[in-house]
Design a protein around this ligand. Structure first.
Ligand code: ATP
Length: 220
């Protein structure tokens, strides 16, 4: 598709621990167009989290290239990758993406600091995910479902070109899952790209395209 906002070509990633070598990604190429939600599925150990980390510039691939909104993310110093991440990408990780010492509102303000264009206010964002009354809470004071929604609000607070999320609906109940899925679809409606790593049929159901990963390769 012509208007790709996320693109990777021939990604390779090796892990070495002691004598053991794992080839976690073996030549993965994919793209996400503006307005598109793509889900990546695959068995445990197939390379999904490794792929997401390389796309987010949190990890460096050993081969291949990643481009977001025309900017190369891979093979750059960490400080440059971090700058690109803050301008172009929203990332939701299973390990959480909130700074633990800051309130939910302060986490959003931190991401928005320095943004030139106008952004939705922290309270507006928290309203969208049903957390307006939890703005002053610290991450440790939130339930698992609240934490997941706060993480998503933080990830989209800078209106990124691409949203990347690892199991965005984790263990959420049906109603909370729907709030998260609606917000994700809204990103695509607004012309952004979304790539989700998931095991959940409810998540793949809202995707425009599903990519299957097996043993570090795209199989479907
Ligand atoms: N830091 C690491 N050091 C060594 N091996 C690793 C490391 N991280 C991942 N691996 C290995 O790379 C392969 C891909 O792992 P990855 O976490 O990307 O899979 P996944 O599809 O996300 O799995 P899951 O669904 O269980 O989260 C696995 O064989 C894993 O054991």
């Amino acid at each position: 598709m012509a208007d790709n906002v996320l693109w990777c070509h021939d990604l390779y990633r090796f892990y070495r621990s002691g004598d053991e070598e794992t080839l976690a990604l073996r030549g993965v190429s994919l793209s996400v167009a503006r307005g598109e939600v793509v889900a990546v599925v695959g068995p445990s150990g197939s390379g999904k989290s490794t792929l997401l980390a390389c796309l987010a510039g949190l990890d460096e691939p050993d081969g291949g290239a990643v481009t977001v909104a025309g900017d190369r993310v891979s093979h750059r110093p960490e400080a440059e990758r971090a700058r690109l991440r803050s301008r172009r990408l929203g990332v939701v990780l299973q390990s959480g993406n909130l700074i633990t010492q800051l309130t939910v509102r302060a986490n959003i303000q931190l991401v928005q600091a320095g943004a030139k264009a106008s952004r939705p206010s922290p309270d507006e964002l928290l309203e969208q995910v049903g957390l307006r009354n939890r703005a002053s809470a610290l991450p440790r004071e939130l339930s698992g479902g609240e934490l997941a929604r706060a993480g998503l609000a933080v990830a989209v607070s800078n209106n990124p070109d691409v949203l990347l999320a690892d199991e965005p609906t984790g263990e959420l109940d049906g109603q909370t899952e729907q709030i998260v899925l609606d917000l994700i679809r809204m990103r695509a409606r607004d012309g952004r790209g979304v790539l989700l790593v998931t095991h959940s049929p409810a998540v793949t159901a809202i995707a425009d395209r599903v990519i299957a990963l097996s043993d570090g390769r795209i199989t479907a």
